[in-house]
Ligand binder design. Sequence first.
Ligand SMILES: [Zn+2]
Length: 452
Amino acid sequence: MLSHPLAVARSTRSIALLLAALLLASLVGVATPGDAAAANRSTMDVVATYEARAKLFWSARRIEVWSRARVRNTSGHGIERLELNLVPARIGNMRKLKVSVDGDRVDARVAGQTVKVPLGRTVGDGDSVVLVTSYTATFRPGTSGHDFLFSSQNRVMSAMRWIPWVSRQVKYQVQGHGDPFVTPVSPLVEVTLDSDVPVRFATSGQQTSKVGNKRTFVARNVRDFNFTAARDYKVLSGWSNDRKVRIKVFTRTISASTTMTWTKRALARFSKKVGPYPYPTLVISESSGAYAMESPALVWIPARYQTARLPFILAHEIAHQWFFGVVGNDQTEDPFLDEAMAEFLTRDWFGFRASRCATKRLDLSMYEYTPGCYYEQIYVQGSKFLDTIRDDMGGGPFWSVVRAFWRDHKFGIATSKELLDAFLERAGNELLPRYRKRFPSLYSGCPCHGAG
Ligand SMILES: [Zn+2]
């Protein structure tokens, strides 16, 4: 009826009819194009707590998940939609998806690794909504590409981003490189994991109860809650050197003692360099394979990882507790911040080296690097870039900027530009020529704000 309004609006009578029709449309809830645009807002600016339950069916490689998110909108505007990040939606053959909002079933739509949830109303700034999601998924039988994120191999099940978590729609990455995620921190996550056979769960949380095969875990201030499970994990427990952090190492084939030794060293070193590790636990678990991977309070080391290479990989993944875990970033659009900082903290310890790929700008999204050169450019060149800034500024001022930046952005989502600006403010404009060369999208067209 409203598809060609101007064609009928040729006389006063027609205009009156049109106005009447528009009024009727608004009364019966038919959205005009302008309303439709305004009524489709989403946000990541929320405070959300999660309560999740999952049951593993070991030989079927299946998981059944139920999750409740209590989400308070803190965006400063109303929202009509939320976007949930969920890896099994993309690679877990997800089925039986059900989503309800405040008790009413809604028609959620899956796009890649994102579940789009219509809220059915405008949830105002400061108001809350309760989402309940359930689904069934099957772990991938192998770990090629990014399948390792949700896979069952080498007698280990590895589950990454299986709790539907408030995010924004982010393109999944099929190729091996990059972490296609951005999620805000939750103040409280409670998870109960069950299994049809006895297993050991290595998770982001602290275990609070145990009934039969069921285990309940609690995590605070995490931007994700992941786990691995195996029937025959060996568990080695220890404490950080300052006795504040409980360390648990879950292994089948990799060296538990080497893992424990270097985990303690990394925790002590990065806590001193950057700021105190904020969680009560740190779990290192042997995963189903492919790549090592960071999660809040949890690090995955792939099955059969060589002992001689453990110190370096543990350092890099544990450094992510500071950059990614505590200070978050958009890992898709702005991967320099967490990857270059984690690699810098690692190479500051184990030594820098020249890159084996051509020099490339450092301000691109992860999708704009090739699988063969992503590590060499973002990590190796990125860490070297930070090292030259440290050389020019001097270690004292450099580390004091890093510490202040980390403190200021704790549990938030920061940007590479904010870090670079913080160095600039301290060191002055002498850094600008190299900023412009490696970060042209951020620093061409200066004068830059914050330059002192
Ligand atoms: Zn990394």
